[in-house]
Design a binder for this molecule. Structure first.
Ligand SMILES: [Zn+2]
Length: 241
C-alpha cells in the first residue's frame, strides 16, 4: 500500500473508532471525526518518512500529467525535472499547511492591556482549490486580549500556515479567525483578507482589476460598531506606507 493510501486508511480507521480514540491524537478532540479535505491539516496522521514517500508519489503522477500534455520531458531541459520540483513545492511549500504541524505558539500572561491591537498587512500566498491557481494578497488581524497575549510574529505564522493549503478565501478567513481565538485565548478577534485570485486574472473572465475582500468579526468586534470602525480605520492607515 502506498503512503497516501496508508494515511487515508489511518484517518478512516480513526473515524471508525472515534469513541475509543477521542483523546489519542495529541489531545486533539474531533467529535465529528477527522477529514482530509483540501484545507484540512492531516499532519498528525503522517508518520516519519511518509512525507518523502508522498513526494515521490506526486512526482510520478505529475510526470504522467506532463506526458499527457504531450511534453517531451526527456529531451526538453526545461521540463526534465519539473515533476520533481512541483511535487517538492506542493508537499513542502504551497500545500505545506496540510502536512506540517501548526507552528509552536507560546502565550504570555497579559500584564493589563485590554484594548485593541492590530497587526498587518501580513502577506497571504495561497492556492484556489477550484483551479489550483494562486491567491495573493494581505491580511489584517485585530485582537482584544484577555488574560494572555501571543507574540506579534505569531500572527504571521498562523496566517502563513493556514494560507499554505488549497482552499477558498472565505474558508481561509474563517480558519484564521478560529485559530486566533484558540491561540490568543480570546473571543474578540477580527480578520480581514484582501486578495487577488489568479483564476480570475489568468483565465475565465480575465479580470485584472478585481480583488476579493473577506472579513470576519467575532466577539466585541461583532457587537460594537465603534470598535469595528476603529479596526477598519487602523487597517486602512496601515495599508498606506
Ligand atoms: Zn479559482
Amino acid at each position: 500500500m502506498n503512503a497516501s493510501d496508508r494515511i487515508k486508511k489511518r484517518i478512516k480507521d480513526y473515524n471508525n473508532n472515534l469513541s475509543n480514540n477521542l483523546s489519542k491524537f495529541d489531545g486533539v478532540l474531533e467529535i465529528n471525526g477527522a477529514n482530509f479535505r483540501c484545507n484540512d491539516n492531516i499532519a498528525r496522521f503522517i508518520k516519519d518518512g511518509e512525507l518523502e514517500e508522498l513526494q515521490d508519489e506526486v512526482e510520478e503522477k505529475f510526470q504522467a500529467v506532463l506526458e499527457s500534455l504531450v511534453i517531451d520531458t526527456e529531451n526538453d531541459h526545461n521540463t526534465h525535472e519539473t515533476a520533481r520540483r512541483v511535487a517538492k513545492m506542493f508537499i513542502n511549500e504551497t500545500f505545506g499547511g496540510r502536512y506540517k504541524s501548526m507552528p509552536n505558539i507560546t502565550a504570555f500572561p497579559n500584564m493589563g492591556y485590554k484594548s485593541l491591537y492590530t497587526s498587518g498587512p501580513i502577506s497571504v500566498r495561497s492556492t484556489c482549490a477550484h483551479h489550483f491557481q494562486n491567491i495573493v494578497g494581505s491580511c489584517w488581524v485585530g485582537i482584544i486580549p484577555s488574560n494572555e497575549v501571543i507574540g506579534l510574529s505569531k500572527f504571521n505564522r498562523i496566517v502563513h500556515h493556514v494560507a499554505s493549503r488549497p482552499q477558498i478565501q472565505e474558508e481561509m478567513t474563517t480558519q484564521i479567525s478560529e485559530l486566533l481565538q484558540e491561540y490568543a485565548k480570546t473571543e474578540h478577534v477580527a480578520v480581514v483578507v484582501k486578495a487577488e485570485h489568479m483564476c480570475m486574472t489568468q483565465r475565465g473572465v480575465k479580470e485584472h482589476e478585481s480583488d476579493m475582500t473577506t472579513a470576519i468579526m467575532l466577539g466585541a468586534f461583532n457587537q460594537n460598531s465603534a470598535l469595528k470602525k476603529e479596526f477598519y480605520d487602523i487597517c486602512f492607515s496601515m495599508n498606506r506606507r
